[in-house]
Ligand binder design. Sequence first.
Ligand SMILES: NC(=O)c1ccc[n+]([C@@H]2O[C@H](COP(=O)([O-])OP(=O)(O)OC[C@H]3O[C@@H](n4cnc5c(N)ncnc54)[C@H](OP(=O)(O)O)[C@@H]3O)[C@@H](O)[C@H]2O)c1
Length: 298
Amino acid sequence: MRFGLFGTGPWAHQAHAPALAAHQDVEFVGVWGRNAEKAAALAGEHGAEPYADADALIADVDAIAVALPPDVQADIALRAAKAGRHLLLDKPPAFTAAAADGIVAAATEAEVAGVVFFTRRFMPQIQQFVEGAREAGGWLEARVDHLGSIFQPGNPFGESAWRKESGGLWDVGPHAVALVLPVLGPVTEVTALAGPRDMTHVLMRHAEGAISTLSLSVDAPAKLEREDAVLYGESGVAVVPPVPWLPVEAFGRAIDALIGAANGGESPALDLRFGAEVVRVLAAAAESIEKGRTVTLA
Ligand SMILES: NC(=O)c1ccc[n+]([C@@H]2O[C@H](COP(=O)([O-])OP(=O)(O)OC[C@H]3O[C@@H](n4cnc5c(N)ncnc54)[C@H](OP(=O)(O)O)[C@@H]3O)[C@@H](O)[C@H]2O)c1
């Protein structure tokens, strides 16, 4: 599959580009970034070509991988889907449900495949945990703490304007929601509050009655950084296993999933519809914080 990469920031360097370059079924064609020098440097590291025009790169490939801020990604993904290109997007695929749904609609119309890269969900240990928890059933509640401290000196993720504005709800929130949704099922109600240091608490009711709570931040004091997730139910307590952080391997599995779907296989679990469902929940949490009330989802 011929791939174009959009984005030249830290995540493009750490995950997308090395994984595309390493994958045996990928021809890594080119890199687009708004900064031509950064695009040339990243493309050069991996034997790809730099592109100054995003649509020219879309035209030259079968699929795009995107490592850009969510709103910028949504625009490029829509253009690529309309041009008949497969989509390997990063989380969250957009900032609004309308934008995420627009990508789903365009991809469906063009009959192209799509995957959203929720890194942890592509780790085999987490995949097995989620499948086992789904089969076991009987869960009454879930609690996820995902607290980062990205504005420490030297942390590349602290440079993003959108992370400063949209915080943990939109940066680490997608991982938390993507973990809980497949086990507890669709969300029907969301209540959220935001406190100091970007501490955002999200309370969700799931269609079958379970309740989940998420504590999210990207600006927590360094000593409070943690990633913990626990399910509680009829059969007791299940702790989501800690896994090593291996983004290149995980991205390789996301590429496998996209190629499989593009070749007529099943739509991946982490497809564009799932990505849009995650965005709908996060947008409801943002609305709840803004309006000071519970938001109901259809
Ligand atoms: N799955 C995961 O675990 C994971 C982990 C990290 C990040 N991500 C996702 O990956 C994406 C990229 O993240 P990142 O950490 O690399 O930082 P980022 O700030 O989201 O993206 C940086 C890239 O976006 C470009 N950019 C910023 N604003 C732009 C605009 N208005 N128009 C065009 N390009 C723009 C930057 O160009 P300049 O260099 O010119 O500023 C740079 O190439 C994000 O969506 C993030 O959520 C996912």
